[in-house]
Design a protein around this ligand. Structure first.
Ligand SMILES: [Zn+2]
Length: 230
């Protein structure tokens, strides 16, 4: 896990953060972040039918959490709340991810495929995880926290993003152009590091919503047209 994390943290938007990954002995299939570069993974992620099966899949999970950190989805306030929850035995099962919105989840998924691809991990691995999740658990909204996209939807959108990121992926190798590609790639666009830093969920996110969504909408429209044979 440390090895995979170390390669991912080199190709992220905020390489200067004090990145740390910690393993928590807990049966749940989950990973979370408290922001500020701290990512936590439950041992449950490696057990049972849904266990992550490869470095590529683990990278998908870690990259997703790294993305939440970089997009500042996890605020310091939330982070402190989570830490206090973790310290409280009764609340230890609380799923922190529940506090992210569907939009933030989707944004983290977009980033995750780019981070995976740039670090030399298969960008489609995330889609494989969620396809398996759908196969095992279905996509009943009762199975998942209400603000999470359903497993099948997540698998579908991740497949779409992974196809766009595939061109940057060289198995086992960090993409030499990762710095440029972080700010300009086929999955999302934004105006460089300064925009990312400026946005306390504001500037960057707003810009992302506009440009990123416009792109995704255009892709969706194209797919619709293809489906209808236009
Ligand atoms: Zn998430």
């Amino acid at each position: 896990m440390q090895r995979v994390f170390n390669r991912l943290k080199k190709v992220t938007h905020k390489a200067d953060l004090p990145w740390e990954v910690h393993l928590i002995d807990n049966h749940q299939w989950n990973a979370f972040t408290i922001g500020g570069g701290k990512v936590f993974v439950y041992t449950g992620l490696f057990k049972g039918k849904l266990a992550v099966r490869s470095d590529d899949e683990l990278a998908a999970i870690l990259a997703h959490e790294i993305a939440h950190v970089n997009a500042r989805h996890a605020s310091e306030k939330q982070g402190k709340l989570m830490l206090s929850k973790l310290l409280d035995k009764k609340l230890r099962s609380a799923a922190y991810e529940a506090s992210f919105t569907t939009n933030q989840e989707d944004e983290a998924d977009k980033y995750s495929v780019i981070y995976s691809a740039l670090a030399g991990y298969k960008p489609s691995a995330g889609a494989e995880i969620w396809a398996r999740m759908h196969k095992q658990l279905g996509s009943d909204s009762k199975d998942r926290l209400h603000d999470h996209p359903l497993n099948a939807d997540k698998a579908k959108s991740l497949t779409r993003y992974a196809k766009l990121a595939e061109q940057y992926y060289h198995s086992g190798k960090i993409n030499k152009n990762y710095k440029t590609l972080l700010t300009n790639n086929a999955v999302f666009f934004h105006q460089g590091e300064s925009t990312l830093k400026a946005g306390e969920g504001g500037g960057f996110l707003a810009l992302f919503e506009t440009l990123g969504n416009a792109y995704v909408e255009a892709e969706k429209a194209k797919q619709e047209q293809r489906k209808r044979g236009l």
